[in-house]
Design a protein around this ligand. Sequence first.
Ligand SMILES: [Zn+2]
Ligand SMILES: [Zn+2]
Length: 266
Amino acid sequence: MQIPLDYHTHSRFSEDGDDSPEAMCLRAIALGIPEIGFSEHWDVGPHEQNPRFFQPEPWFREIERLRDLFAGQLILRAGIEIAEPHLYPEPAAEVLGRACFDYVIGSVHWVGPHFMFDEQYFSQHSADEIYDAYFAELGRMVSSADIDIVGHLDIPSRTAKPILGYDPARYKNQIRGILRIVIERGLALDINAAGLRKPSRNLMPDPLILKWFAEMGGDRVTLGSDAHAAGQVGLHLAAALGAVRLAGLTHITQFEGRRARPIRIG
Ligand SMILES: [Zn+2]
Ligand SMILES: [Zn+2]
């Protein structure tokens, strides 16, 4: 099964990325993945360790150099992952004006002062408190943010699942409300495989959520390894693609200049 693209990757231009974009492109080529999108972190919230680490200008020059270098072998997309873009619309608009972006992933990494990868937070609160608060914040993001793709829709599960468990059916109304807005706005879901290399061993969103999305008429999805190193490019995307097919979806969405285009799954 051909993996058509990997749209959620972080190179060294993200504060937590290990490898150069070139090394990540070479890995995609070696795997036979025809299209890679870089989605560096743009984090500006008050609790971030390195706010505004990402500098789009030198990064975009490098993307353009690699587009030439790998012409005919690999399509490169210039994406970005903006954390809580609904809370920081001005810095979000600012960064989007500094390069020619193909797509914007909107993510919720923080709910108030709580980081969604903080095991201590998860061990001190109930599952309902955590997931209810998170989905409320996500609902605000999908309602108003200038984005194209919703990043890792149920991200707390990646860290919280081994500690607290995770049953998306408990939050069905909230999640379906979010999916309704996603569909109305024509946003895509990032089918994010990062959890498959973590102890949680989960795909995000959970396949049940993907099934609801398809049943409700949603049809825009992208695939993302959430690679932070070259060796993680494309990792577990066969499983992600399998889940997309199992949900009854027939296309993956490609983005160019922030316009969506469906490509048929082979
Ligand atoms: Zn993220
Ligand atoms: Zn990411």
